[in-house]
Design a protein around this ligand. Sequence first.
Ligand code: AMP
Length: 648
Amino acid sequence: QTEIPQTNTHTKRLTHLPPLLPPLLSSLTQTSPPPFFQSSQNKPITAAMPEAPKPTQTSNGLTTIAIAEKNKRTLQFIEDVTSNPDDVQTQVLHEILSRNSAVEYLHHRHRLHGATDRRTFKKLLPVISYEDIHPDITRIANGDTSPILCSSPISEFLTSSGTSAGERKLMPTIAEEMERRSLLYSLLMPVMSQFVPGLEKGKGMYFLFIKSESKTPGGLPARPVLTSYYKSSHFKNRPFDPYTNYTSPNETILCPDSYQSMYSQLLCGLCQRTQVLRVGAVFASGFIRAIRFLEKHWQLLCRDIRSGTLDPTVITDPAVREAVLTKVLHRPDPELADFVESECRKDSWQGIITRLWPNTKYVDVIVTGTMSQYIPTLDFYSNGLPLVCTMYASSECYFGVNLNPLCKPSEVAYTLIPTMAYFEFLPVHRNNNNGVSNSISMPKSLNEKERQELVDLADVKLGHEYELVVTTYAGLYRYRVGDVLRVAGFKNRAPQFNFICRKNVVLSIDSDKTDEVELQGAVKNAVDAHLVAFGGSVAEYTSYADTKTTIPGHYVLYWELSVKGTTAIPPSVYEDCCLTVEESGTFDKLMDYAISLGASINQYKTPRCVKFEPIVELLNSRVEGSYFSPKCPKWVPGHKQWSNNVKN
Ligand code: AMP
């Protein structure tokens, strides 16, 4: 394995690589930048498709041939970068390190001194987690604009759904990363169109939302990556493209009030029902929320469709009103209202998606990872339409795409696009927990031997599991993303990965990721605040993400309480419950169950989260009392210590 391009042949091969990035980004192309998608010979592709479609005009004036040509170039780009992943990765690392050679982190702290080769990089740079760069992040958040991690200015922070000490992680990003994210998005529909032709002839009904954002003390926006993307000109001012032609006008997506946003997006989706060819949301949970919203509010929606107006008490946002009334809800449509009413009134909502949107070919939602819990519900509502997981991405970096999108959810494999970042892989050694725990524990920091075990993208082995480590253009170096992936196959020479799990995460309902440490902390806080005074403590606990009985779902915590104090815990019912739970020994029963599956008593460790149905049933059968939190928790966007939290 050549790590440093020393030989002439190697260097020569590098010059024949396809462009890594869109022209704007490419620092390698000194002369006039080539068109973004080129063949591996660097010649623009002019040949017609083998089976040339007739040049019919779409509503936007693009011919089907033009679309097919564009798709072909995109697919060729994927061929090119997956054919030489190792060379592309060498080049990406070289580019990242040469641009950032003078930044504090690389030059002063880890003394890279301008080296851009893999060997030196791997020798000098530690493999890190968020906590390691927390002080740097805090400096940047507080307004230090010196080049600490990245030579380009940090344009904003992306708030990851992962947390650190109870606060959202802040991922630094730079303006040009938006181009890279756009690039990944641009790959999705050409891939999809190989399997489902004709998608350019209709629309996508996607439920997309922004979330509230805040500013750091230094004035940088802090918001989720999708909020950043939807608010950017890349999204808002996108040129007409049949593949980003959605039923939701931008104004409905950008509405900060989630109720009005959902209502107006559903209304627009219903009004354009026959044009809808695909439906979706980012995660499965978001799509199911939309269906549940429809279940609750179809009467109101039908009233607006019937009258051709928007109820002024429901939709108050002027931009949403104007967009919906001028672009979608042009006239009263009693016929449509009657139809929607008759469908929604039926006892069963099975197949409601195909009934209301009869031309839908697939449901585009992520159902890999923790979202797999929603597959049965989606199957029910969609009458078994294909569930399509198109991409794998995070706040740190967008990673890859699913090149076989119609495969079963359990077989989804993402091909990491080697131009997105420099990827490394830390082998994962699993502990067998007899299926009662879904958590994979990983060492917090790595010793020298473990650091040397990291392998490159081109060297991962089929069937092996790895934790993903990235080095990004925005200033993360050998950063542990926290996801565990398994090599499922290869596209050309680039590996494809099943998403296995997020390490240490035990609870997740939406995009939340509660790990064992956080769960432990939450239990401790509650005990310290409420039980200790009475000498009460929690002897054992476990938890369960209940996504079936309520939408949105909720966490169920099973506590086994022990009370040692002399003062009785009022009210007496609660005390009785505590004592009964303690005496009933639910967790002993859980241990019995695990042991019956073959676990040794010595190794038995109460799982902090359970999923397996019989175990949940067993826990429920021993419950002596249940309590729900009586009101919404207090929450403000941004970090607690920032005083200037703003809303949108
Ligand atoms: P965030 O940092 O909040 O943007 O969340 C990113 C994380 O979401 C990833 O690191 C994964 O754990 C998870 N995720 C993103 N895409 C997928 C996917 N296609 N399948 C499963 N999990 C995903």
